[in-house]
Design a protein around this ligand. Structure first.
Ligand code: SF4
Length: 320
């Protein structure tokens, strides 16, 4: 088997915010690789650090420690102007709320054309042709080009957001909860669109989601995050069939099953409380306050990620 090419690499990345007593660790020693052409998903409740990581890869959040690489080149910290431009050109983001992320006073042509103009890719008729092509690529039509965002449905607006991200021909896209603000009936359409684009354009995705309900099929691998750290990572099918971390098990128990008999018999694991404050966290496992299996060791030692099966890693003292 040929070795897969790593497109993005995170090595021991730490991201902190605030200072002194208010300082908190939003991302705590996170490492992972994203291979060319795959979808790697980060899943966790709000405040788990997943969006902060996505923004750090795009250089929108500085990192406090560790390193980030794109195509083998370091892109964190101080880098050359050329490398900075390479990241802006090749790495894009699709946002959660398509309405908030589109300027209401701009037409679709101007929204999609903005990146084309900034990077001087096309002008005149070529520019308009490219905008029409992009609209068709995302399932809209050239008639939509002169309209404003408020004239579209939520699903259509997200398609405009996708076209805007594709305008400068990126290789890597951070999809930051791109479907969670949409109706359930529309979610699958946007996921299918992203999958088709990935196949046709050879894109690589970092897909961010707050639960496990919609990421099974789009993901090749999934990392579950809790309070700034990865607690479990595995190929998608393996994570759904054999979740090992108590937090992953709780997230999975909340995913509805289409078969009503199985759904009725399923036991939902209710997690008490919210994600605790990341300011001055207690020593030991970050999940201890909400974990039904917690033992004395969990208060003393922080569990590290261990490979329990090929490519399946978990950070829990009780998983042996
Ligand atoms: Fe629960 Fe302990 Fe495992 Fe943490 S290490 S998830 S507290 S059993």
């Amino acid at each position: 088997m040929t070795e897969r090419e790593k497109l993005v690499e995170l090595k021991d990345v730490q991201i902190t915010f605030g200072k002194g007593k208010k300082k908190f660790v939003a991302v705590d020693d996170v490492s992972f690789d994203i291979y060319k052409g795959e979808t790697f998903s980060l899943v966790g409740e709000s405040g788990s650090g997943k969006t902060t990581i996505g923004r750090a890869i795009l250089r929108l959040n500085p990192i406090s420690a560790g390193e980030i690489y794109f195509k083998g080149q370091k892109i964190s910290g101080k880098i050359s102007k050329e490398m900075d431009e390479e990241v802006i050109r090749k790495c894009q983001m699709i946002f959660q709320d398509p309405y908030a992320s589109l300027n209401p006073r701009m037409t679709v042509t101007d929204i999609i054309g903005e990146g084309i103009d900034i990077h001087g890719l096309y002008s005149g008729k070529e520019r308009q042709k490219r905008i029409y092509e992009l609209l068709e690529l995302v399932g809209l039509s050239r008639e939509h080009a002169s309209r404003f965002p408020h004239e579209f449905s939520g699903g259509q607006r997200q398609r405009i957001g996708v076209a805007r991200a594709l305008a400068i021909e990126p290789k890597f896209i951070v999809c930051d909860e791109p479907i969670s603000a949409l109706d359930v009936s529309i979610q699958a359409q946007v996921v299918n669109l992203l999958e088709d684009l990935q196949e046709n354009l050879g894109l690589t995705y970092l897909f961010i989601a707050h639960d496990l309900s919609m990421v099974k099929h789009i993901s090749d691998r999934i990392a579950v995050m809790y309070l700034g750290a990865i607690v479990e990572t595995a190929p998608s099918h393996e994570l759904y069939e054999n979740p090992l971390h108590p937090y992953t098990q709780a997230l999975l128990s909340a995913v509805p099953i289409p078969d009503p008999t199985v759904e009725k018999a399923k036991k939902r694991i209710i997690l008490e409380g919210e994600v605790p404050s990341p300011i001055n966290p207690s020593p030991g496992c970050k999940f201890q306050a909400r974990c039904r299996y917690a033992q004395p060791i969990c208060k003393e030692e922080t569990p590290n990620l261990k490979e329990m099966k090929p490519h399946h890693y978990v950070a829990c003292h009780m998983v042996k």
